[in-house]
Write a protein that binds this ligand. Structure first.
Ligand SMILES: Nc1ncnc2c1ncn2[C@@H]1O[C@H](COP(=O)(O)OP(=O)(O)O)[C@@H](O)[C@H]1O
Ligand SMILES: Nc1nc2c(ncn2[C@H]2C[C@H](O)[C@@H](COP(=O)(O)O)O2)c(=O)[nH]1
Length: 207
Protein backbone atom coordinates (compact mmCIF):
# COMPACT_ATOMS: atom_id res chain seq x y z
CA UNK A 1 0.00 0.00 0.00
CA UNK A 2 1.34 3.40 -0.89
CA UNK A 3 1.47 6.16 1.71
CA UNK A 4 -1.80 7.97 2.18
CA UNK A 5 -3.94 5.62 0.14
CA UNK A 6 -6.63 5.18 2.78
CA UNK A 7 -7.93 8.35 4.45
CA UNK A 8 -10.50 8.37 7.26
CA UNK A 9 -12.28 11.47 8.56
CA UNK A 10 -13.33 11.27 12.20
CA UNK A 11 -14.84 13.36 14.98
CA UNK A 12 -17.91 13.39 17.20
CA UNK A 13 -21.51 13.62 15.95
CA UNK A 14 -22.02 16.73 13.83
CA UNK A 15 -18.32 17.67 13.64
CA UNK A 16 -18.41 17.76 9.83
CA UNK A 17 -17.03 14.33 8.83
CA UNK A 18 -19.46 13.65 6.00
CA UNK A 19 -19.19 17.21 4.73
CA UNK A 20 -15.38 17.27 4.70
CA UNK A 21 -14.94 13.74 3.33
CA UNK A 22 -17.41 14.49 0.51
CA UNK A 23 -15.59 17.74 -0.34
CA UNK A 24 -12.20 15.99 -0.30
CA UNK A 25 -13.49 13.08 -2.36
CA UNK A 26 -14.73 15.49 -5.04
CA UNK A 27 -11.66 17.72 -4.97
CA UNK A 28 -9.12 14.89 -5.03
CA UNK A 29 -11.22 12.57 -7.17
CA UNK A 30 -11.06 9.74 -4.64
CA UNK A 31 -13.99 7.33 -4.08
CA UNK A 32 -15.95 7.96 -0.88
CA UNK A 33 -17.18 5.36 1.62
CA UNK A 34 -20.15 6.79 3.47
CA UNK A 35 -21.75 5.64 6.65
CA UNK A 36 -25.30 4.23 6.43
CA UNK A 37 -27.44 6.55 8.57
CA UNK A 38 -30.90 7.24 7.17
CA UNK A 39 -31.46 3.54 6.34
CA UNK A 40 -30.39 2.40 9.80
CA UNK A 41 -33.49 0.70 11.27
CA UNK A 42 -32.35 1.03 14.89
CA UNK A 43 -31.11 4.62 15.16
CA UNK A 44 -34.47 6.27 15.88
CA UNK A 45 -35.42 3.56 18.38
CA UNK A 46 -31.99 3.86 20.00
CA UNK A 47 -32.38 7.57 20.73
CA UNK A 48 -35.82 6.88 22.24
CA UNK A 49 -34.49 4.13 24.50
CA UNK A 50 -30.72 3.62 24.56
CA UNK A 51 -30.76 0.81 27.11
CA UNK A 52 -33.21 -1.24 25.07
CA UNK A 53 -31.70 -0.83 21.60
CA UNK A 54 -27.96 -0.29 22.08
CA UNK A 55 -26.80 -3.87 21.38
CA UNK A 56 -28.78 -4.13 18.13
CA UNK A 57 -27.59 -0.70 17.02
CA UNK A 58 -23.90 -1.26 17.82
CA UNK A 59 -23.97 -4.66 16.07
CA UNK A 60 -25.68 -3.12 13.04
CA UNK A 61 -23.00 -0.42 12.74
CA UNK A 62 -20.23 -2.95 13.29
CA UNK A 63 -21.52 -5.40 10.65
CA UNK A 64 -22.10 -2.65 8.10
CA UNK A 65 -18.68 -1.12 8.57
CA UNK A 66 -17.10 -4.57 8.49
CA UNK A 67 -18.76 -5.32 5.15
CA UNK A 68 -17.83 -1.92 3.71
CA UNK A 69 -14.19 -2.22 4.75
CA UNK A 70 -13.97 -5.81 3.54
CA UNK A 71 -15.27 -4.70 0.11
CA UNK A 72 -12.90 -1.72 0.19
CA UNK A 73 -9.94 -4.01 0.64
CA UNK A 74 -10.72 -6.05 -2.46
CA UNK A 75 -11.93 -3.14 -4.57
CA UNK A 76 -9.41 -0.43 -3.76
CA UNK A 77 -6.70 -1.13 -1.22
CA UNK A 78 -5.38 -4.39 -2.70
CA UNK A 79 -5.02 -2.56 -6.02
CA UNK A 80 -3.20 0.42 -4.46
CA UNK A 81 -6.20 2.68 -5.20
CA UNK A 82 -6.96 5.58 -2.89
CA UNK A 83 -10.18 5.75 -0.90
CA UNK A 84 -11.66 8.08 1.71
CA UNK A 85 -14.19 7.17 4.41
CA UNK A 86 -16.24 9.30 6.80
CA UNK A 87 -15.41 6.99 9.73
CA UNK A 88 -12.69 4.87 11.32
CA UNK A 89 -13.73 1.39 12.45
CA UNK A 90 -12.47 2.26 15.95
CA UNK A 91 -15.51 4.51 16.43
CA UNK A 92 -17.52 1.36 17.13
CA UNK A 93 -15.62 0.93 20.38
CA UNK A 94 -15.86 4.64 21.25
CA UNK A 95 -19.66 4.45 21.13
CA UNK A 96 -20.16 0.91 22.39
CA UNK A 97 -18.10 1.41 25.53
CA UNK A 98 -20.62 4.12 26.50
CA UNK A 99 -23.85 2.49 25.38
CA UNK A 100 -23.21 -1.13 26.45
CA UNK A 101 -22.36 -2.64 29.80
CA UNK A 102 -21.89 -5.98 31.53
CA UNK A 103 -22.24 -9.15 29.46
CA UNK A 104 -23.37 -7.28 26.34
CA UNK A 105 -20.27 -5.06 26.36
CA UNK A 106 -18.02 -8.10 26.90
CA UNK A 107 -19.66 -10.02 24.01
CA UNK A 108 -19.50 -6.96 21.76
CA UNK A 109 -15.87 -6.29 22.62
CA UNK A 110 -14.86 -9.85 21.71
CA UNK A 111 -16.81 -9.78 18.43
CA UNK A 112 -15.29 -6.38 17.57
CA UNK A 113 -11.74 -7.70 17.96
CA UNK A 114 -12.49 -10.90 16.01
CA UNK A 115 -14.07 -8.99 13.14
CA UNK A 116 -11.71 -6.05 12.86
CA UNK A 117 -8.28 -7.60 13.50
CA UNK A 118 -7.41 -7.93 9.82
CA UNK A 119 -9.28 -4.94 8.42
CA UNK A 120 -7.25 -2.25 6.66
CA UNK A 121 -6.12 0.65 8.85
CA UNK A 122 -6.17 4.19 7.43
CA UNK A 123 -2.83 5.75 6.58
CA UNK A 124 -4.22 9.17 7.41
CA UNK A 125 -6.89 10.22 9.89
CA UNK A 126 -8.34 13.72 9.71
CA UNK A 127 -9.73 14.34 13.18
CA UNK A 128 -12.24 17.20 13.48
CA UNK A 129 -12.46 18.39 17.09
CA UNK A 130 -15.38 20.58 18.09
CA UNK A 131 -16.96 21.68 21.35
CA UNK A 132 -20.49 21.02 22.56
CA UNK A 133 -21.95 24.32 21.34
CA UNK A 134 -20.61 23.84 17.81
CA UNK A 135 -21.87 20.24 17.64
CA UNK A 136 -25.34 21.13 18.96
CA UNK A 137 -25.60 23.97 16.43
CA UNK A 138 -24.66 21.67 13.55
CA UNK A 139 -26.91 18.80 14.68
CA UNK A 140 -29.78 21.29 14.79
CA UNK A 141 -28.88 22.68 11.36
CA UNK A 142 -28.71 19.14 9.89
CA UNK A 143 -32.21 18.60 11.25
CA UNK A 144 -32.46 14.79 11.59
CA UNK A 145 -35.56 14.43 13.77
CA UNK A 146 -34.27 11.51 15.89
CA UNK A 147 -31.14 13.51 16.91
CA UNK A 148 -32.91 16.65 18.08
CA UNK A 149 -33.44 15.56 21.70
CA UNK A 150 -30.03 14.01 22.16
CA UNK A 151 -28.82 14.05 25.75
CA UNK A 152 -26.11 16.73 25.94
CA UNK A 153 -24.26 14.68 28.58
CA UNK A 154 -23.96 11.85 26.02
CA UNK A 155 -22.51 14.23 23.44
CA UNK A 156 -20.19 15.84 25.98
CA UNK A 157 -18.88 12.43 27.00
CA UNK A 158 -18.32 11.50 23.35
CA UNK A 159 -16.20 14.63 22.84
CA UNK A 160 -13.92 13.50 25.69
CA UNK A 161 -13.95 9.88 24.50
CA UNK A 162 -12.92 10.97 21.01
CA UNK A 163 -9.90 12.84 22.36
CA UNK A 164 -8.84 9.79 24.35
CA UNK A 165 -9.44 7.49 21.39
CA UNK A 166 -7.29 9.59 19.04
CA UNK A 167 -4.48 9.70 21.62
CA UNK A 168 -4.76 5.95 21.99
CA UNK A 169 -4.69 5.39 18.20
CA UNK A 170 -1.65 7.65 17.89
CA UNK A 171 0.12 5.38 20.36
CA UNK A 172 -1.09 2.00 19.10
CA UNK A 173 -0.79 2.83 15.38
CA UNK A 174 2.27 5.08 15.10
CA UNK A 175 2.38 4.67 11.30
CA UNK A 176 -0.97 6.41 10.95
CA UNK A 177 -0.65 10.14 10.45
CA UNK A 178 -3.30 12.19 12.31
CA UNK A 179 -4.19 15.70 11.17
CA UNK A 180 -6.28 17.48 13.80
CA UNK A 181 -8.63 20.25 12.72
CA UNK A 182 -10.19 22.75 15.10
CA UNK A 183 -13.79 22.50 13.92
CA UNK A 184 -14.83 25.49 16.07
CA UNK A 185 -12.45 27.85 14.28
CA UNK A 186 -11.91 26.38 10.86
CA UNK A 187 -14.94 26.67 8.64
CA UNK A 188 -14.07 24.75 5.50
CA UNK A 189 -17.66 25.05 4.24
CA UNK A 190 -17.94 28.82 3.87
CA UNK A 191 -14.24 29.74 3.69
CA UNK A 192 -12.78 28.20 0.58
CA UNK A 193 -9.23 29.16 1.54
CA UNK A 194 -9.56 27.14 4.76
CA UNK A 195 -10.63 24.10 2.75
CA UNK A 196 -7.70 24.66 0.36
CA UNK A 197 -5.29 24.57 3.32
CA UNK A 198 -6.68 21.18 4.37
CA UNK A 199 -6.35 19.93 0.79
CA UNK A 200 -2.69 21.05 0.68
CA UNK A 201 -1.96 19.26 3.93
CA UNK A 202 -3.60 16.06 2.70
CA UNK A 203 -1.79 16.26 -0.65
CA UNK A 204 1.51 16.81 1.14
CA UNK A 205 0.98 13.58 3.01
CA UNK A 206 -0.21 11.64 -0.04
CA UNK A 207 2.93 12.42 -2.07
N1 LIG B 1 -17.10 23.57 9.03
C1 LIG B 1 -18.43 23.71 8.99
N2 LIG B 1 -18.98 24.92 9.04
C2 LIG B 1 -20.29 25.09 9.00
N3 LIG B 1 -21.19 24.08 8.90
C3 LIG B 1 -20.71 22.85 8.84
C4 LIG B 1 -19.31 22.60 8.88
N4 LIG B 1 -19.13 21.27 8.82
C5 LIG B 1 -20.35 20.72 8.74
N5 LIG B 1 -21.29 21.67 8.74
C6 LIG B 1 -22.76 21.44 8.71
O1 LIG B 1 -23.04 20.78 9.95
C7 LIG B 1 -23.95 19.70 9.75
C8 LIG B 1 -23.30 18.41 10.21
O2 LIG B 1 -22.23 18.06 9.35
P1 LIG B 1 -21.92 16.57 8.95
O3 LIG B 1 -20.87 16.60 7.91
O4 LIG B 1 -23.18 15.83 8.64
O5 LIG B 1 -21.30 16.02 10.34
P2 LIG B 1 -20.87 14.54 10.77
O6 LIG B 1 -20.78 13.70 9.53
O7 LIG B 1 -19.55 14.71 11.46
O8 LIG B 1 -21.92 14.08 11.72
C9 LIG B 1 -24.32 19.70 8.28
O9 LIG B 1 -25.55 20.41 8.16
C10 LIG B 1 -23.19 20.47 7.62
O10 LIG B 1 -23.62 21.16 6.47
N1 LIG C 1 -24.42 4.32 19.22
C1 LIG C 1 -23.80 4.60 18.06
N2 LIG C 1 -24.22 5.64 17.32
C2 LIG C 1 -23.55 5.90 16.20
C3 LIG C 1 -22.46 5.14 15.75
N3 LIG C 1 -22.03 5.65 14.59
C4 LIG C 1 -22.80 6.69 14.32
N4 LIG C 1 -23.74 6.85 15.27
C5 LIG C 1 -24.86 7.79 15.27
C6 LIG C 1 -24.51 9.18 15.62
C7 LIG C 1 -25.41 9.99 14.74
O1 LIG C 1 -26.69 10.12 15.34
C8 LIG C 1 -25.58 9.13 13.50
C9 LIG C 1 -24.64 9.48 12.37
O2 LIG C 1 -23.32 9.65 12.87
P1 LIG C 1 -22.42 10.89 12.42
O3 LIG C 1 -21.29 10.96 13.40
O4 LIG C 1 -21.98 10.55 11.03
O5 LIG C 1 -23.30 12.10 12.47
O6 LIG C 1 -25.32 7.82 13.94
C10 LIG C 1 -22.05 4.02 16.53
O7 LIG C 1 -21.10 3.27 16.20
N5 LIG C 1 -22.76 3.79 17.66
Amino acid sequence: MSTGSFIAVEGPIGAGKTTLSTMLSQKLNIPLLKEIVEENPFLGKFYDNIEEWSFQLEMFFLCNRYKQLEDTTTKYIQHGRQVISDYHIYKNLIFAQRTLSGVKWEKYRQIYHILTGDLPKPDLIIYIRADLQTLLKRIKMRGRSFEQNMDTAYLEQLIIDYDHAMASLAESEPDTKIITIDGNQIDFVTHREQFDLIVSEVKEYMK
